[in-house]
Design a protein around this ligand. Structure first.
Ligand code: NAI
Length: 452
């Protein structure tokens, strides 16, 4: 993996002094998840008076957290959860927003601010929608203002959704935890009451079987490791040319390797038959394999265009059709349903010079997941995408120094993400606790300054 030696330097005593004096960016060491670390290292302040606030307080107390409604001016705060679920006009936001503002100087490093509100799209009332959109706007702006590895994100609730739903708890826990270290300025939409909270939060995927494509290296290998750590048995898929690296990853995660080109017509069937033969079940499919063949459109040739579309989106559409036809990838009502998580990219949201083929394929992934949600719902499952921003991998290590330095600092956390950060978000979306979220594309980009 590429070394971000600047971040290492800033986080030494002398480095901090020099870079601060020069007015240079201050990337913090992010609080990342480890199974034995506390969920959140300090008090959580709950703001906003509504019935929902008592429900969330009980949930947080149930997790052993130090929950407060008020906090002394000298105490440090690890998280703020601000409830706006009853906001009916923009003028009503003021009290809670200003209370959040009053706490920002007391935040610990890698703190969390989480806003909770109802979906703006679910009301036709102009004032109510304005208030809800207002919460979106303030959450995004706040994320830009956060310091020292802290983040701000929102949970968007379906109009009718009971806030006591397991999926609300799942989203809240993900955003509080170190799993969401590189997620900022984003929104998790919770649409249905589905979901089951795991008996053991350190092994939320216990008993499940997951396929990861492109698992021989980079982000795919990190996904395989993370799903394994969370209790899943893993089938690692990659092309035959990557066979040696693939076998090493499969061994490391005590899983099985399947050498396969995902553009094969029967790739989906081959995955299903491997899963059936070795495990007798298939619960999670992560479409991670992807390629870039960058060229300005004026110089684009059919080989570059067609190969990117074939690997990054057509193969996924074909494999999903096979999966959805199969009984192995189906579940009876009342049980945890199957999961598909695809890799999109911030290029698919904002576009990127020289990447018309790649951006078309990744925007295609975003379209595919939103359109496939109903089909998965019929099987009590979900389909979502994750859109990484700048991630420190072999691919980005090859970028010219200056371009890489600019790209990795151009986000609210002033640093690139790690493959594990993408993997943590995928593991969350694959977990039973995320059953109420489907059709979503969640960015893992440190709030990249490109795009929305
Ligand atoms: P990578 O190039 O390091 O790894 C991709 C893996 O996919 C390789 O092992 C490759 O052999 C495999 N693969 C390629 N074509 C295949 C095929 N036809 N059949 C089976 N396997 C195939 O890429 P990286 O950086 O780990 O990216 C993983 C995913 O994340 C890709 O979908 C990429 O587009 C996406 N992504 C990566 C970002 C980054 O900053 N690295 C940013 C945004 C998205």
């Amino acid at each position: 993996m590429a070394q971000d030696s600047y971040t290492e330097f800033v986080n030494t005593g002398v480095g901090k002094k020099i870079t601060k004096a020069l007015g240079l960016p201050q990337p913090a060491k992010l609080r990342r998840y480890t199974p034995d670390a506390p969920l959140i290292p300090g008090p959580v302040v709950l703001l906003g008076a509504s019935e929902a606030s008592d429900i969330l307080a009980r949930r947080l107390l149930g997790w052993g957290l130090d929950v407060r409604r008020h906090i002394g001016p000298k105490e440090k705060v690890a998280a703020v959860v601000a409830l706006f679920d009853t906001a009916a006009t923009p003028a009503q936001l003021s009290e809670t927003v200003l209370a959040v503002g009053g706490l920002l100087k007391q935040l610990k490093a890698s703190a969390r601010v989480i806003t909770v509100f109802r979906d703006p799209a679910h009301t036709e009332d102009p004032a109510v929608r304005a208030a809800r959109k207002g919460v979106e706007g303030l959450t995004r702006s706040l994320a830009h203002e956060m310091r020292a590895g802290s983040t701000a994100n929102g949970i968007v609730l379906h109009e009718e959704l009971d806030i006591a739903s397991p999926s609300v708890a799942g989203a809240l826990r993900f955003l509080l935890s170190g799993r969401s270290a590189f997620v900022s300025g984003q929104f998790i939409t919770v649409d249905s009451v589905n979901g089951a909270l795991p008996e053991d939060w350190a092994a939320p995927l216990a008993g499940q079987v997951a396929v990861v494509t492109g698992a021989a290296r980079g982000i795919g290998a990190a996904i395989a490791r993370t799903l394994h750590r969370d209790g899943a048995r893993v089938i690692a898929v990659d092309i035959p040319a990557a066979g040696e690296q693939l076998a090493a990853v499969a061994n490391e995660v005590a899983g099985t390797a399947l050498q396969l080109d995902i553009t094969d017509d029967d790739a989906g069937e081959q995955i299903l038959s491997h899963a059936d033969q070795y495990y007798g079940r298939l619960d999670i499919v992560v479409h991670n394999a992807g390629i870039t063949r960058d060229k300005l459109l004026a110089n684009m040739d059919s080989a570059r265009w067609d190969s990117v579309i074939a690997v990054n989106i057509e193969s996924q559409l074909r494999m999903n059709r096979a999966l959805l036809k199969s009984d192995l990838f189906n579940r009876p009502e009342g049980t945890v349903g199957p999961r598909i998580v695809s890799l999109a990219s911030t290029s698919g949201i904002a576009g990127n010079r020289g990447q018309s083929n790649y951006a078309a394929s990744k925007a295609g992934v975003i379209g595919m997941v939103s359109a496939s949600s109903a089909q998965l719902q019929a099987r009590h499952g979900t389909i979502n995408a994750v859109a990484p921003g700048f991630i420190e991998t072999e691919m980005t290590a090859k970028m010219p120094f200056a371009t890489r330095e600019v790209a990795r600092r151009l986000n609210s956390l002033n640093q690139g993400g790690r493959p594990e950060d993408v993997a943590e978000t995928i593991a969350y979306l694959a977990s039973p606790a995320a059953a109420g979220t489907s059709g979503l594309t969640l960015r893992v980009c440190g709030q990249n300054l490109v795009g929305a």
